[in-house]
Design a protein around this ligand. Structure first.
Ligand SMILES: [Zn+2]
Length: 523
């Protein structure tokens, strides 16, 4: 097993295959900066020539990106069947991309050569050899990405190895073994990678590229490293086509913190959580709270009676100190929580709450939870409630009134408009905004009213809005619980509102979301 493993990020190419995401060139540049900040060795920027966006990315990256730890890689494929390398557009685009290294994909499963490319196995091998030779001839570092390697190796190991040998003989630095269909299991991967590594000795770097179709992408990468792989490919937050790719935010700490292998620079491990959240924001996916290491629930304890034990002996309840990866311990508070839990929560927030104030908070929590509040799911509102109990009052703005109207237009579509009257910085401000619904319209109007005083609000976005009707027996007369998730890119929080009136419930949650955002977002 190697003492050091290169991390190769493929978020910008493979990761962007995730349904529903579409990255602009600016998004891609911002993501690359985050990857560099984390200390990733290789960043695959995209496929120049496959779409104009990726071409523009490489063009702008050359002048706008100041990478200090990462190296940009252009992705492409081998030459066409029976084609010539000199007039192959894909290879020309790879050279034109201006990176020092490229990664080219080729077929290593005989079935794909005969049935997808409909050519001979010899031509399949020649396509790889010629292409690697051509790119090396242009002074580029070449990684060869052996597509469907594991499926191919299981059926025809001689051919799969012949393809790798051709790439290695022509000077490829790295042989990337891809589990393209994602169907492999760790023990198979460990055996096959072991065989490939011993076949090539230390002449080339063997890399592992896994997909999560069996839920084993991370486990498969670890198994490959145990068998001698020296490069791991994957995406931040595991995003990617179908079930996703090997999740770098899981595999990096597993390799370093559990297996003692050097990956990203040691002093940057604590950036992992914030980079994972920042990239989720740029890609516009909601961070998974249960993600290992970086999820908001990864070190959350719903403890009740055990809370003091956890606070005293965290290593008895947590597999690593959460700050190693930039995360933190969180005590989840609900009506079941006693004073002890709230006391720790108060300490976590740096609040000085004495016994009487704590008792009042417990009583208030119980009353509100009886009315339908659920603070376990609303850490933002809980924090504000505790701050208020400690004597704090928000002074950002004061709401005089608001109104929302929804009209049906003659063409059958609906339009919603909200007007908010607030006092902010000594001024009375009235603002009206349209939205695609009442919550959106209120959010827009409130932001318009106070934005000039609080530019930081620009970074605060609502990411999710959930409505639950609590007493279905009463039908429309029931109580409505609204939960709003928000983020400022670094921090995510949830706020809650409960009322018989859905607009009031939404407003309460929205109000807390904005106040919490102002409290925790600097300009
Ligand atoms: Zn892939």
């Amino acid at each position: 097993m190697s003492a050091e493993v290169e991390i190769f990020d493929t978020t910008l190419r493979d990761g962007s295959q995730l349904e529903g995401i579409s990255l602009t060139v600016d998004d891609k540049l911002r993501i690359a900066e985050q990857l560099d900040h984390l200390g990733i060795t290789w960043i695959e920027g995209g496929w120049p020539g496959a779409n104009p966006k990726d071409e523009e990315f490489f063009r702008r990256a050359a002048t706008e990106l100041k990478l200090t730890t990462s190296t940009l890689v252009a992705f492409g494929s081998t030459r066409r069947v029976k084609g010539k390398v000199d007039d192959d557009p894909t290879l020309a685009n790879l050279v034109a991309a201006g990176t020092s290294a490229v990664c080219i994909v080729g077929k290593s499963w005989d079935y794909h050569v005969t049935d997808a490319l409909t050519t001979t196995l010899d031509e399949g091998v020649a396509m790889v050899a010629d292409s690697v030779e051509y790119l090396r001839g242009h002074g580029l570092g070449v990684m060869f990405d052996a597509e469907h390697f594991f499926d191919g190796y299981k059926r025809n190991p001689e051919f799969a190895l012949r393809v790798l040998e051709a790439a290695a003989e022509k000077g490829a630095s790295t042989l990337v073994l891809c589990d393209t269909n994602g169907g492999s299991l760790p023990f198979e991967v460990e055996t096959i990678v072991g065989e490939v590594v011993s076949h090539f000795r230390n002449d080339v770097i063997v890399a592992i590229h896994t997909h999560d179709d069996t839920g084993c992408a991370v486990a498969n990468a670890l198994a490959a490293v145990r068998a001698g792989a020296r490069q791991v490919q994957g995406t931040i937050n595991g995003i990617g086509e179908r079930t996703g790719n090997c999740n770098l935010t899981t595999v990096i700490p597993n390799l370093t913190l559990k297996m003692g292998i050097e990956t990203i620079p040691a002093d940057r491990m604590e950036r992992l959580t914030s980079v994972a959240h920042h990239i989720a924001e740029l890609v516009n996916v909601i961070p998974n709270p249960q993600a290992p290491y970086v999820g908001s629930s990864a070190f959350a304890h719903k403890a009740g009676l055990h809370v003091s034990a956890i606070a005293k002996r965290p290593d008895a309840y947590e597999h690593i100190p959460p700050d190693t990866v930039g995360n933190g311990t969180r005590f989840v508070v609900s009506e079941l929580a006693g004073k002890a839990t709230l006391k720790f929560k108060a300490e976590e927030l740096g609040l000085d709450l004495d016994g009487k104030a704590l008792g009042d908070v417990v009583d208030t929590l119980k009353r509100l939870e009886h009315e339908g509040y659920h603070f376990e799911a609303a850490d933002g509102s809980l924090e504000l409630l505790m701050r208020r109990a400690a004597g704090w009052e928000q002074e950002y703005f004061e709401v005089e009134s608001f109104r929302v109207t929804t009209d049906e237009l003659p063409n059958g579509s609906f339009t919603t408009e909200a007007t908010v009257k607030v006092h902010v910085a000594g001024q009375r401000v009235i603002r009206t905004a349209e939205g695609n619904g009442p919550v959106n319209a209120l959010d827009q109007a409130l932001r318009l009213a106070i934005a000039s005083c609080y530019p930081a609000l620009d970074r605060v976005h609502l990411t999710d809005y959930k409505v639950r009707v609590l007493d279905t027996e009463k039908g429309t007369g029931a109580v409505t619980r609204v939960l709003i998730d928000s983020t400022n890119g670094d921090l995510s929080w949830s706020t809650i509102g409960v009322s018989e009136n859905i607009i009031e419930a939404s407003w309460l949650a929205l109000f807390d979301s904005i106040v919490f955002g102002l409290l925790h977002t600097s300009d």
